[in-house]
Write a new protein. Structure first.
Length: 163
């Protein structure tokens, strides 16, 4: 069931908030055992991990700005895609400032963070870690704790003056 799949596709605008994606020309249920499986593979030879998405009965592979920049592709370009099911655990490297803030917070806040989907944990970690100055990372970590207390699932939901 988890064989490698290769295809060519054209990078398109998602028409759903500015994302970019390629349509997957096979049934992921048959190939990978579920409609929205985690996948690993390459885009024009560059390694990539993601999860397939389904919109309007069609399956898509979303391509982040990072992978588009790394491969030099833009909307309208043809891309070579190689995919296989990704059964490796998805782990987030949490920056020290966020670890410290979560450790000092009440246990429910850490539990909320740990219960978030991989993507949302990664977004919080990246938001804190991408700040250049340590005081900005510390402010963002404190703000992340406040957001988690309030039930916010990712920092893009409510970015504030915390950096």
């Amino acid at each position: 069931m988890s064989a490698e799949r290769r295809f060519r596709a054209t990078l398109a605008a998602s028409e759903r908030g500015g994302g970019r994606w390629v349509e997957v020309p096979f049934d992921p249920r048959e190939a990978f055992g579920e409609a929205r499986p985690p996948v690993v593979g390459t885009i024009n030879g560059t390694e990539y991990r993601s999860r397939l998405a389904v919109y309007g009965g069609r399956t898509y592979l979303g391509l982040t700005r990072e992978i588009r920049d790394a491969t030099g592709i833009e909307v309208g370009d043809d891309v070579e895609v190689v995919l296989r099911r990704d059964d490796e655990p998805r782990q987030v490297t949490v920056p020290a400032e966020l670890v410290a803030a979560l450790t000092c917070a009440e246990p429910e806040v850490r539990a909320r963070f740990d219960a978030l989907a991989f993507t949302h944990r990664r977004e919080f970690a990246q938001w804190v870690d991408e700040a250049k100055r340590s005081d900005t990372r510390e402010r963002r970590a404190a703000k992340a704790v406040e957001m988690l207390r309030a039930g916010v699932k990712h920092p893009g939901s409510r970015r504030s003056s915390a950096g």
